[in-house]
Write a protein that binds this ligand. Sequence first.
Ligand SMILES: NC(=O)c1ccc[n+]([C@@H]2O[C@H](COP(=O)([O-])OP(=O)(O)OC[C@H]3O[C@@H](n4cnc5c(N)ncnc54)[C@H](O)[C@@H]3O)[C@@H](O)[C@H]2O)c1
Length: 407
Amino acid sequence: MTLNLSSASPSLSALVVGGGMITEEVVLPALLQQKRLGNIGNITVVSRRASTIQRLQKIFPDQLMGLPDPATTPSETSHPEGFREAIAQLPKPGIVIVATPDHLHTPVILAAVAAGHHVIVEKPLCLKVGEAHQIWQAAQEKAVYVLTDYHKRHDPAIRGAKYKFGHGDLGQMLHGHAWIEERREIPLKYFANWCEQSSPFEYIGVHYVDAYFFITGLKPRRLIGFGQKKLLPRHDKDAFDAVQAVIEWDDGSVLWVQTAWVCSEHNSALTNQGLQLLGTDGEYWADHKARNCHFVTQKHGYEDYNPNFFKTFDSWDPSEAIDVAGYGYLSIVQGIDDVLHLFRRTAGLAELEAFRKRQELLQSWEPKRALPGQALIGTAVNEAVRLSLANGSKYVGFDENLFPRVL
Ligand SMILES: NC(=O)c1ccc[n+]([C@@H]2O[C@H](COP(=O)([O-])OP(=O)(O)OC[C@H]3O[C@@H](n4cnc5c(N)ncnc54)[C@H](O)[C@@H]3O)[C@@H](O)[C@H]2O)c1
């Protein structure tokens, strides 16, 4: 098929799969801003239940189409396979954004790729190395783009570490310490239905695994995981409160990652987070929660405020009320820009020529993006940590394709 696309101003039809927290707070505000800028056309959300669509349409009035259609579908009937029809109906040029729970990314990504659609998937890519390879292979066969939204890669505090490390300022890596811990509302309220299928390590710890790989380019050699189940079982959840891992990388350096999702509901931000690195020639130390900026209000008490992540500001544009900005936004924009670029560079080409051009562009981005070959690292560490926990905190190593095995 030859796409008839104006090279000057294509816009992408967007399909968001999953209508939960990240869709409401980050994905849709980012897409709506990209729509105002002319990069995105129609936006559709497909979720399991019509009640989810109804809620989102109330928050973003007249701006979204949604499936199942609340006008014709009972609000609480579950439609777990509805995304297939939605993907089949998505016009090209389009983009699919996967925001389902961690363990439900793979079928959606594979369906989108099979239909020839480009994809942005919320991190982690998936939870199993076998699935990551399947996604990687499918994406290569179709020459489609599958970007994992590891937004920390766009945080200037992380980009700075990568730049300095890359220029040798830290020398050779010795060790690092990452911490990321969220308030208990995450497993108790937001992920009440699926916290047992994930863990704070898989859900958020993986950000810092990816960050260490992004900064250093190192690959994991072996690891050992620890986990505790003390509070959540008291709330009838067979889920980890906290998970820690010590990861040895292929240069012998070691990263300790501590994660939790049962912090006090009075914590001054949703997430405690930061990273310390020590190399032979220097150190890096960053508190990614306390950015030296806070509010104290009658309404919310004391709040640490991270102006860099994803925030709403007054717009500079007189015709608009608000702008969203930050690394959470830029990470999604990178995916949209890349996909637009792919369509622009292949407009008017015959299918085989377009396929080759897409292959060439994807290969050129491979070293610079969380495409499947890079997103595999986070998935492999996630699966290995699970395996270590399931085996009484035994060491787990990796084969040449990063499949984990107990040592
Ligand atoms: N980039 C980030 O930093 C970041 C932050 C938070 C969450 N996330 C990731 O985003 C993903 C979603 O997280 P969330 O916080 O929105 O979770 P959530 O539980 O709030 O929302 C998930 C949504 O997916 C829907 N869903 C489940 N199965 C579906 C199916 N078969 N078809 C269609 N919809 C389906 C659920 O009904 C729900 O609306 C997770 O992978 C999470 O780790 C990423």
